[in-house]
Design a protein. Structure first.
Length: 459
C-alpha cells in the first residue's frame, strides 16, 4: 500500500468490534486506498507518505460502518399506510398497490431508502426485492444503479413470487412470476451483476419471498440454483403466528422444518425476522449456521412479537440487524435499530440481561457482515479490511454527559454522522450526503408516491 493515498483519522474513541472487542479511548486510523492500513491507540505513526487528508476527530467515536441485512426499498413510496394492521392484513392491503410499481418508481424509492440509511451510518445495504409485475422494466438494474450512485456497498436479494391469489397466495396474480420465469430472471441477474471479489460493491443473492407466496418447487429449485451459482440465499421466516399456522396446515410442519426439507438451512442462508422460533428451531439454525436478520422496529410495528435474539446468540446463530421495508418501519434508519434491538429484547424473558450496548453494536456491524457472508472483508475495524468507517459526533448536548462512547451511541439519541467512508471514499459529511442531492431525492420520492397512489386508485 506504499503508493496508496492515505487518510489519517486521529484523536477519536474507537470501537473496533473485532473478535476481542478491542477499544481505544483515544486512537487513530489510517485508510490507504480502500483498505484500513493501520489503527491503534494514541497518535498516528510519523512519516506516513502520500497523506492527502488528516481528520482531527476529537469528540467522536469511530466504528465499523453499519450493515443492513433486510430491507424492501420499494416501500419508501408507500410509507404511512395500513398503520394498524398485522402482517397478513397489511399485506392484503398493500399488495394491490405494490403490484403497480414500475422501473422509475423502483429507482426513486431505492434512492430514498439508500439515502436515509447512508446518512445515518450504513455503509453496506441490502434490498430484498420480490415484486416484479409484468412489463414494468428492469427493476433490478434500477435498484443496483441507485445503490451505485449513492456509494454504498450493496447486496440485491433478487426475490420472486409464484403463488398468486388464484393459488392461495396473497399477491395479485399479475404481480407474480412463473416458476421457470422467476428462476431464469434470477439467474440472469446473478450472472450480470454479482461480483464475488473481496472488495465487491455489488453482490446478488437468490431470494424467493416467503413460504406463503412461493411454491415448494420454487424454494427447492432456488436453493439448487444459488448453490450452483455460488451465491447466498435469503427469505422471510417464522415472522408471525399466522405463518406458523399456514405452514402446519399446508405442509404439515412448522416453518423451520419446512425450510430444512427444501434445502433452506445452511451457512449460505439468512432469513428475516425469525420471531416465532422454539428451542428446536434455534438449535437447527445453530447447527447449520443459518443466519437471522433481526428487525425490531418492524416486528413491533406489525405486532409480530419479540424475537429470541439472546437465545440465538447464546446458541451461536449469526444475527444481524435489518431496517425492513419502510411501509413497516417508516423511519428507514438502521442506527435507531441499535437502540430498539436492545430495548425491545429487554421486554422479553431475559429482561435487563438480554442485550448490552456492545452486543447491540455488534449486531449492527460484525453480525451483519456474518449474515451477508462478508465478515472477512468488513464489519470490524482491523488492518487489511475494507475502509468502511463511520465517525459519530458525541460531544454535543445529546451525548456529551455520557462518559462511555458506545453507551452514548446505543442508549442515547440518534448520533450525528460527521463522516462516513465506504471503500475509502467519503459519502457523508456533517450529516449530509456527498453523492446525491437529498432534497432532489425527497422531491422525486414524493412525486412517485403520488403517481403510485393515483395508479392504485384506478384499479
Amino acid at each position: 500500500m506504499a503508493a496508496a493515498q492515505r487518510i489519517v483519522i486521529e484523536n477519536c474513541s474507537i470501537a473496533t468490534v473485532d473478535a476481542d472487542d478491542t477499544e481505544y479511548a483515544s486512537g487513530y486510523l489510517v485508510l490507504a486506498g480502500n483498505r484500513i492500513e493501520a489503527l491503534g491507540a494514541g497518535p498516528a505513526p510519523e512519516g506516513l507518505e502520500n497523506v492527502v487528508r488528516r481528520i482531527d476527530a476529537t469528540g467522536h467515536l469511530a466504528t465499523p460502518g453499519l450493515i443492513n441485512t433486510h430491507h424492501h426499498f420499494y416501500q419508501w413510496i408507500t410509507r404511512g399506510l395500513a398503520t394498524d394492521h398485522n402482517l397478513f392484513d397489511w399485506l392484503v392491503a398493500l399488495y394491490p398497490i405494490w403490484a403497480r410499481i414500475d422501473e422509475p418508481m423502483a429507482y426513486t424509492a431505492a434512492r430514498g431508502s439508500l439515502a436515509m440509511m447512508a446518512r445515518g451510518g450504513v455503509t453496506t445495504a441490502m434490498d430484498h426485492h420480490y415484486v416484479y409485475p409484468r412489463g414494468t422494466g428492469d427493476l433490478s438494474g434500477a435498484i443496483i444503479r441507485a445503490a451505485r450512485e449513492t456509494g454504498v456497498r450493496f447486496t440485491l436479494a433478487r426475490g420472486s413470487m409464484d403463488r398468486g391469489e388464484s393459488d392461495g397466495g396473497l399477491p395479485p396474480d399479475f404481480a407474480v412470476e412463473s416458476l421457470d420465469g422467476a428462476l431464469a430472471a434470477t439467474e440472469a441477474t446473478v450472472k450480470e451483476h454479482h461480483d464475488p471479489s473481496f472488495d465487491a460493491m455489488t453482490q446478488v443473492a437468490v431470494a424467493p419471498c416467503s413460504p406463503f407466496s412461493v411454491s415448494t418447487e420454487l424454494l427447492r429449485n432456488a436453493a439448487e440454483l444459488a448453490r450452483h451459482l455460488g451465491v447466498r440465499l435469503h427469505t422471510h421466516g417464522s415472522e408471525t403466528v399466522e405463518e406458523e399456522k399456514f405452514c402446519h396446515e399446508l405442509f404439515g410442519m412448522g416453518p423451520t422444518d419446512y425450510f430444512e426439507s427444501t434445502g433452506w438451512l445452511g451457512e449460505d442462508v439468512w432469513m428475516a425476522h425469525c420471531v416465532h422460533m422454539n428451542d428446536s428451531d434455534i438449535a437447527a439454525f445453530a447447527r447449520t449456521g443459518t443466519g437471522v436478520a433481526h428487525c425490531p422496529s418492524s416486528n413491533a410495528r406489525l405486532a409480530a412479537g419479540i424475537a429470541r435474539v439472546p437465545d440465538m446468540l447464546a446458541a451461536g446463530v449469526p444475527v444481524g440487524l435489518g431496517v425492513d421495508g419502510t411501509a413497516s418501519n417508516e423511519s428507514g434508519e438502521l442506527h435507531t435499530e441499535l437502540r430498539n434491538a436492545l430495548l425491545i429484547n429487554r421486554l422479553g424473558a431475559h429482561k435487563e440481561s438480554a442485550l448490552n450496548a456492545r452486543q447491540a453494536l455488534r449486531l449492527g456491524t460484525h453480525g451483519g457482515a456474518r449474515v451477508l457472508g462478508r465478515a472477512a472483508e468488513t464489519g470490524s475495524l482491523e488492518a487489511g479490511k475494507l475502509a468502511d468507517v463511520v465517525l459519530w459526533k458525541l460531544d454535543t448536548l445529546a451525548h456529551a454527559s455520557i462518559a462511555d462512547p458506545v453507551t452514548a451511541l446505543v442508549f442515547g439519541a440518534a448520533a450525528p454522522v460527521t463522516a462516513s467512508f465506504v471503500n475509502g471514499r467519503q459519502i457523508v459529511a456533517d450529516g449530509r450526503l456527498l453523492t446525491v442531492d437529498e432534497d432532489a431525492v425527497a422531491r422525486a420520492t414524493r412525486d412517485e408516491a403520488r403517481r403510485l397512489a393515483q395508479l392504485a386508485a384506478q384499479r
